[in-house]
Ligand binder design. Structure first.
Ligand SMILES: *Cc1c(COP(=O)(O)O)cnc(C)c1O
Length: 420
């Protein structure tokens, strides 16, 4: 690794554009890899062999494509936003993952992994969930594919996200509350891993974002890349050109890498990832890993990480539960190091304002996560609009119905305050 950490930005970019990542070891330049305890290595190796055998298999791809079309509802629409365009002074285009089954992009990955689990002869599936969205997507995908599903969820999160717990149960999943550790996502991941290693032949672990040890970041990217493939074709067809800027929110980074992947070699396209800026720059006030983090290892992968001077993982904060994670997928760390993608953050307040603006101007209620991308796009438009008509393509990763409890306490309370 010492060799790769000394690679210059230009070298990383050249290797990136040549399609050389991940390499055989699952590395993205200095990032990625497989940093797991001895006991977890055989399970990851088995998964890697399965990915190699099936992912590009014509029969598997045909089945996946068919399910994406007839069950998930793909291709999702590309929507021109006339009112936002007028307000912002650039053409605004929205890639509508909010229209996908279960309300977000997460189903693309959950379905793909569930189909892979069946091909590999798994008898059951385990998954972890924080806010519950990946748990719901996994429960739905497993029901569709016909595999029993156990979802590990921190006890604290189960209380905060009670409606999603009910949804998972309705969809036939067994939800196991985790009281160990911090009783949130990190503890749930540990428990799901423990379950998986207990029976790596019969059990498949569906990981929810482009994070974790090799081959997960690659597998999740490949399953989410359908977003960008569709969007690129739709832009050429509907707008007659590629976008000047491409913008998505980044938690673990799966919707962003899914949107970005097809555009990486389009050098005229400026690409921006937007992280959760929370309430400020201070320790524990945000979840902006690429803005404020340093390299380290979390959940099996070397990537950027929010940690204190002793290497302790920091607490994070975001108004959107889906972005509230101290790590980020290794490919994003590479894209930043190579200078291909720039990363910035949007605050809780900017995200809330963006929710309201999209609702009122286009009749679409976005997820709080996706609202961070909208806020980033608005900023880009203000800084770049000019004589030539510019086009921005925004990844609308999900719908905001799940955020009603948070929105009731914030935006809606303010609206009702104004009525008085
Ligand atoms: C989970 C989630 C995210 C964040 O996850 P990524 O892996 O970074 O995409 C973003 N948007 C929505 C709607 C989500 O549910």
């Amino acid at each position: 690794m010492s060799e790769s950490t000394t690679q210059s930005q230009a070298e990383l970019l050249a290797a990136l554009l040549a399609g050389r990542y991940p390499d055989e070891q699952g590395r993205y330049g200095p990032f990625g890899g497989r940093y797991v305890p001895e006991t977890l290595i055989p399970a990851h190796q088995r998964l890697e062999a399965g990915v190699r055998r099936w992912l590009q298999d014509a029969g598997f791809q045909a089945e996946l494509t068919h399910e994406l079309r007839t069950w998930v509802g793909r291709p999702t629409a590309l929507t021109f936003a006339p009112h936002l365009s007028q307000r912002w002074g650039v053409e605004v285009w929205l890639k509508r993952e909010d229209l996908a089954h279960t309300g977000a992009h997460k189903i693309n990955n959950a379905l793909g992994q569930a189909l892979l689990a069946r091909r590999l002869g798994a008898k059951r599936v385990v998954a972890e969930t924080g806010a519950g969205q990946h748990g719901v997507a996994s429960a739905a995908a497993c029901a569709r594919v016909g595999l029993p599903c156990t979802v590990y969820m921190g006890a604290v999160d189960m209380e905060r996200q009670a409606p999603n717990v009910g949804r998972m149960k309705l969809l036939g999943a067994t939800v196991v509350g985790v009281t160990s550790g911090d009783a949130t996502l990190r503890a749930a991941i540990d428990e799901a891993m423990r379950d998986w290693v207990g029976d790596p032949d019969g059990t498949f672990y569906i990981l929810g974002s482009a994070v974790g040890a090799h081959p997960y970041p690659y597998l999740v990217r490949e399953l989410q890349a359908v977003i960008g493939r569709e969007a690129r074709e739709q832009m050429l067809q509907q707008a007659g050109a590629l976008p000047d800027a491409l913008i998505a929110c980044v938690g673990g980074g799966s919707n962003a890498i899914g949107l970005f992947h097809a555009f990486i070699t389009d050098q005229s396209v400026r690409i921006i990832g937007v992280e959760a800026g929370g309430t400020g720059r201070g320790l524990g006030e945000n979840a902006a890993t690429l803005s404020y983090g340093r390299p380290g290892v979390l959940h099996g992968s070397h990537s950027m990480l929010l940690q204190d001077d002793n290497g302790q993982i920091q607490e994070t904060h975001s108004v959107s539960a889906g972005l509230d994670y101290p790590g980020v997928g290794p490919e994003h760390s590479l894209l930043r190091a190579a200078g291909r993608v720039s990363y910035e953050s949007a605050s809780d307040e900017e995200a809330l304002a963006a929710v309201q603006e999209l609702c009122q101007s286009e009749g679409i209620l976005p997820a709080l996560e996706s609202a961070h991308a909208l806020a980033g796009a608005k900023r880009w438009a203000a800084a770049n609009r000019g004589t030539r008509t510019l086009r921005v393509l925004i990844g609308l990763s999900g719908r905001g119905d799940k955020d009603m409890p948070t929105l009731s306490k914030t935006l809606i309370a303010r609206l009702e305050g104004q009525d008085k």
